[in-house]
Every structure is written in C-alpha cells, then in structure tokens.
Design a protein around this ligand. Structure first.
Ligand SMILES: *Cc1c(COP(=O)(O)O)cnc(C)c1O
Length: 652
C-alpha cells in the first residue's frame, strides 16, 4: 500500500478465467495466435470460393486454365508482387499498436473475432447503403445498434414503439455530427407544423416553446401529425404534406428557416472545454458556425455542473435556445468522465425555466467501459459489485455518471477504440428511433405514406438515414460478430476494460512511487486521479520554476517516445503521447494546485503545460506468463531518460 494514498490498497489482479479467455482474443504481441488466425483465414477463403463455384456450377471457368502461363499474366503477377512486397516492407515502419510497449494513443491490438469476420466478409464486398447491396450485413449493422443500445440502457426491443436505433459511421466524428443533425431536425419540426398552419393539431403557442419541447413531446407531436395525415383524403394528404415539407429546416436551410422565425435565435451547442475537436467540425458542417459552440468550464477536467447551470440560466434569460449539450464519457486527452447525472439534473432545472435541449454522451472513447456496469441479464451492477474487482475504480462519481446513461438522448461509441476493432467503425445510437424519420432522405418517412413501419424493414434502407452513402458491410460484420463472441456485459466483453482499468490502477500506483523515488531530481505528478484507463503524468526537473523550461524538457522526452519514420522502430523502447494543460482551461484553483505541486511559478504561466498522456489499453501490460511488468519497465525508462536529459538541458 502506498503511504500517501489511503485510496490505494494492494493491486488486485485479473481473475484466472479472464486471463484464459484473453489468451484467445488477439493475434498477440508475439503473434502467438498466428496458426489460429491463419486457419480461420484459409478456411473462410476456401469457403468463399466454394460459394462462387456453387452459384451456377454449370457455368464453366471464364478464365482459361492456361491463362496463368501467358507472359502478360506473369508480368502482371510479378508487378503485383513487387508492389505488395514494397508495401509490406514500408509497413514495417508502422506504429506497433500491438505491443505492450505502446501506451500512446487510443489504439491497440485487434480482436480476432472482428479481424477474422472482416477478412471473411471482404471478398463478398457488401455495401451497407441498403439491403439491395447488403442483404446480410445491413441487418447485422442494425443489430449492432441494438446491442449498443442495450449496453447503454436504452430500450432495445424493436417490437416496442420507442425502441432505440443505432448505426455505424466512419468514426466518432461523424457520429457526433449525426447527433447534431438529429437534434436539429427534431427541434425544428414543430416549428414547421406551426408555420404550415396544420389544422386540428394542438401546437405550441409560439416558436420559443415549439423549439423547447422536450424530445419525447416533439416525437409525440410527430406521431400525432403522422396519424392525422393518414386519416385525410388523398387530396388533403398531398396538400398538407407539401405545405409542411416547404416549412421544414431540411427544405429551407438555416438561413431561410431562421428568417421565417425571426423571434427565434440560432441555437447554441454546449460542450465542456475538454470536448473533442469533432464538435467544432460538427457545428461548422451543420452551418451553425463555431460562434454557436459554447465551452462549459470544468473542474478537474470534468464538466462543472454549477457553471453549466449558470450558462443555462443565462441562455433562458436571454432567450438563446440550446440545441444540444454534450457530456463526455472518457475525455480524449485525460480520460475523465463528466457527471452525466448532473447534466441531466441541470436539464430538469432548465426545463422548468422553459429551456430544453438534447443531451448527447460522447462516449467515443469510454463507451465500452459501460460493460463493466452491466450484468448478463441487462441489469446494472452496484458500485460495490464493480469496485470489488479494482483498487479504486469506479469512483462514486463515475458510477453515478454511467448509471445515468439511460436518461440521455443519444450517444457516440467507437468500436474502433475500446472495442479493439479495425478502423472505420464509429457508432451513433439514439434512444428513441422515431425521431430518425426526420432524417429520412425520402419524404415518406415523415409523411408516412409508403414507408415500412416494421423496424428492421425500415432500416434496411440505411442510406436514407445516415450521413454517408456507400459503406463497408464487412466493418458491420466485424462489430456484430465481436459483440456475439464477447457479449456486452461484465462477465464477457468486460474482461477487456477490466484488464485495462487494472493496468491503469497499477500505472497510477507506480507513478506515485515514481514521484517519491524522483524527489530531489524531478517533480512528478498525476494531475487528475484517473477515472478510467488513461493516465497523465506531469514532470518538471527539480529547481526549475518556469513552464517554458519544463516544456522544453517534456518535448525532449516526447522525442524519445514517439514514432520517427527516420529511425528503425527497434531503437524505441516505449511509445507514449503528450497533451497539454492550458492554465485558463484548468481554472484558478486547479492551476495553482498543479503548478504548486510541480514547483512551477504561476506568475509565468503563459503557455499550456505539456504533460505525458498514457492510454493503457494493451491487455498484456502486466505479463504474468513471464513475470514482466511493462509498466515498471516504462518507469525505469523514464528515470533513465530523465537522468540523461536533465544535465543536457540549457541553463535557465
Ligand atoms: C476519438 C474521439 C472522437 C472522434 O472519433 P473518431 O473516431 O476519431 O472520428 C470524438 N470524441 C471523443 C471523446 C473521442 O475520444
């Protein structure tokens, strides 16, 4: 136990059964599971070839058997081989994500079920834009949405009217954009009904209250409208469909729509200062502009609910509508978890003041941590049950945040991050699928005339609802198969986040010891006790008081820790990443605490402080087979590196 931190009991370790299953999950740092992967690849390639041959077995081979002897054929093959060898040689300079010596960005080894499913599916080349091009994998993608919805605690039974819906995107960036697009569509629709002066419907009295309906009220209004329309005769149907369509924001654009509603201002999007830069991209893409993106202050890099409350009060007073508020589950730079429960409670208070908005959880990084909190039957685990497996995870705040997820409107989760799957898989999930009709590219989803009402049939026209068009069915197959092999609860998929959180706890404990060992040489500080599996470390050579010099030291240290295409990979002992702590972003108290602990002068705090950032997602950081802790080795490396760099530093 560490003397200075009573929160840190002896390190628990991963259970036997978790370790045995994890042994089969990845190709492995040494390629240990090479024969397993090879067997799978060959088996399913052959299987694919049989499928081709059995389509119309009476069709003879179109490529002559002798073709392979022609000089042009051979020349082509030679060219192809040369280029492939060159590619393969060049790829040896890739970043070794598979290695436990890689603790930099949000990448690690790939789960074998996903990798094999993706390779298996690639030669069939399904296009998940619609069922016509992907009769199998488009259903798998819709199922993935339901699997993720269940993990989040959203309704996930398609027989229920208010079932959730989710789909894959190229990444979290586009999933976040989809959240903005959906929130705007739903908020703007009641105003279109008002502008079209649809009779008989009970509509909000003015544009402000129409824009501030809560999402369930807006969805109920959409449904009432659809039922009303269905009851009209064909002539009236055509008339009212056209009248409403003409008033929709999707038809008029932002400029036309807000010109037609002069009493309503362009809405704000609220996101904590720690939010990913995809939110800036999103508001630009939507045409709202970065001016509308308001940064909510944080405390310890977690959204500050009091500050959030104050912003909401201010918005309500000034009649500035809010489209959506973002809570981050696992911030990209610090791994911190926002108080989702606090954000929802603040929305309740704001609702009472007449200002309502969607709450979106950006769980691109932390989404799969939720598996640790779910039982196989879908119920939630208590904090004590989860905590029994760890030294200090989950803090009460983290547990409360994750339990609150079910009350949010939508979420972003990246299977290509903590889902250990190949790139090209972000995911967007919304809690009530009925709002998706408003994104339908074909009007009949809103105007209810020919659109299929059956959930699965409707979403087989996936391209209607997503920002992309053509997209990989193989990626969907990879996510689906992975979630079937490792269901999204603590006893199955949970093995992975459990291993990484344990590694992060061991890293944290080691970092505290490192700080003691280095006293007199180096100030070392974990600026924020980790919420999950990302741990930062701030360093400052003893005696230095200026952030500029501390940063110069950190830049040199980072040079030793980052990929350098001009040097052989093997010259690197470890890979890490850096981030920065801008003092204005920290806030006064926090900046003083951190600068003080590092022996730095606050007065000269101008530039952001550079700190090390470690993503501890490799499952083999603690190698029990060989009794090696790559975490200990990393800190030995840091000690050696610092001892070499400090004397070489130019005098202050
Ligand atoms: C990674 C990340 C994103 C962006 O996801 P991409 O898959 O890189 O597009 C968005 N938000 C958070 C919190 C992230 O960590």
């Amino acid at each position: 136990m560490h003397a200075k931190d009573p929160m840190l009991p002896a390190q628990p370790s991963l259970a036997e059964n978790d370790r045995h299953t994890l042994a089969a999950c990845f190709l492995g740092p040494y390629g240990e599971n090479d024969t397993l992967l090879e067997k799978l690849v060959v088996e399913f390639l052959r299987d694919h070839v049989y499928w081709r041959r059995n389509f119309h077995p009476e069709d003879p081979p179109a490529i002559a058997t002798a073709a392979a002897q022609h000089p042009d054929y051979l020349a082509f093959e030679a060219r192809m081989r040369r280029e492939l060898h060159q590619l393969s040689a060049a790829l040896k300079r890739s970043v070794p994500f598979h290695s436990p010596r890689y603790i930099g960005h949000m990448a690690s080894d790939l789960l074998l079920p996903g990798l094999a499913a993706q390779m298996l599916t690639l030669p069939y080349n399904p296009n998940n834009v619609s069922e016509d091009a992907a009769p199998v994998t488009v259903d798998l993608e819709v199922q993935v949405g339901l699997q993720l919805a269940r993990m989040l605690g959203y309704p996930h039974d398609p027989a229920q009217a208010a079932c959730a819906f989710g789909h894959l995107t190229s990444g979290g960036t586009l999933a976040n954009y989809q959240a903005l697009r959906l929130a705007l569509s739903l908020k703007a629709f009641p105003l279109a009904l008002r502008a079209a002066q649809v009779p008989d419907l009970e509509l909000p009295a003015d544009d402000w209250s129409a824009f501030n309906l809560c999402s369930s009220e807006a969805i109920a209004l959409l449904e009432t409208w659809q039922r009303w329309l269905a009851a009209q005769d064909p002539v009236a149907q055509a008339h009212w469909s056209a009248a409403v369509e003409a008033q929709r924001i999707e038809q008029r654009g932002l400029a036309g729509f807000f010109a037609a509603h002069p009493d309503l201002r362009v809405p704000r999007v609220l996101a904590p200062v720690t939010a990913h830069y995809s939110w800036s991209k999103g508001v630009k893409l939507l045409g709202l502009g970065r001016d509308q993106l308001l940064a909510v202050p944080t405390r310890g890099m977690r959204l500050d609910v009091d500050a959030f409350d104050a912003i909401l009060e201010d918005c309500a007073r000034r009649r500035e509508p809010v489209l959506l508020a973002v809570a981050v589950l696992g911030s990209t730079e610090y791994g911190t978890v926002d108080p989702i429960d606090g954000v929802l409670a603040a929305r309740e208070r704001s609702r009472a003041r007449g200002l309502d908005f969607a709450v979106h959880v950006d769980a691109a990084w932390g989404g799969y941590l939720v598996t640790l909190f779910r039982n196989a039957d879908g119920s939630l685990r208590t904090r004590a049950q989860v905590a029994a497996e760890f030294a200090r995870f989950p803090t009460p705040a983290v547990h409360a945040a994750l339990v609150a997820l079910a009350g949010t409107d939508s979420a972003t989760i990246d299977p290509h991050k903590l889902g250990y799957l190949p790139y090209g898989t972000g995911a967007f999930v919304c809690r009530d699928h009925r709002a998706m009709a408003l994104l339908g590219e074909r009007a009949d989803y809103v105007f209810h005339t020919q659109a299929p009402t059956d959930y699965l049939a409707r979403y087989r026209s996936l391209g209607q609802f997503i920002p992309e068009g053509s997209k990989s069915g193989a990626a969907a197959a990879a996510v689906y198969v992975t979630h079937k092999v490792l269901p999204l609860h603590h006893a199955e998929f949970g093995r992975l986040p459990r291993a990484t959180v344990l590694a992060a706890e061991a890293f944290y404990a080691r970092a505290l010891r490192f700080a003691d060992e280095q006293a007199g040489r180096l100030h070392a500080l974990v600026p924020f006790a980790p919420d999950s599996n990302l741990v930062c470390l701030a360093l400052n050579p003893h005696g230095n008081r200026t952030p500029a010099r501390a940063n110069a030291f950190m830049r040199r240290l980072h040079d030793a820790l980052r990929a350098d295409p001009h040097q052989p990979l093997q010259t690197k002992e470890f890979f890490g990443s850096v981030t920065s702590l801008p003092p204005d972003l920290l806030g006064g108290d926090e900046a003083e605490r951190i600068f003080g602990a590092l022996g730095l002068d606050m007065a000269s705090a101008g530039e952001p402080l550079i700190i090390l950032r470690h993503t501890l997602m490799n499952p083999y950081l603690l190698d029990r087979e060989n009794g090696i802790s790559y975490i200990d080795r990393y800190f030995d490396f840091l000690a050696r590196c610092s001892a070499r760099l400090i004397p070489a530093m130019p005098a202050a």
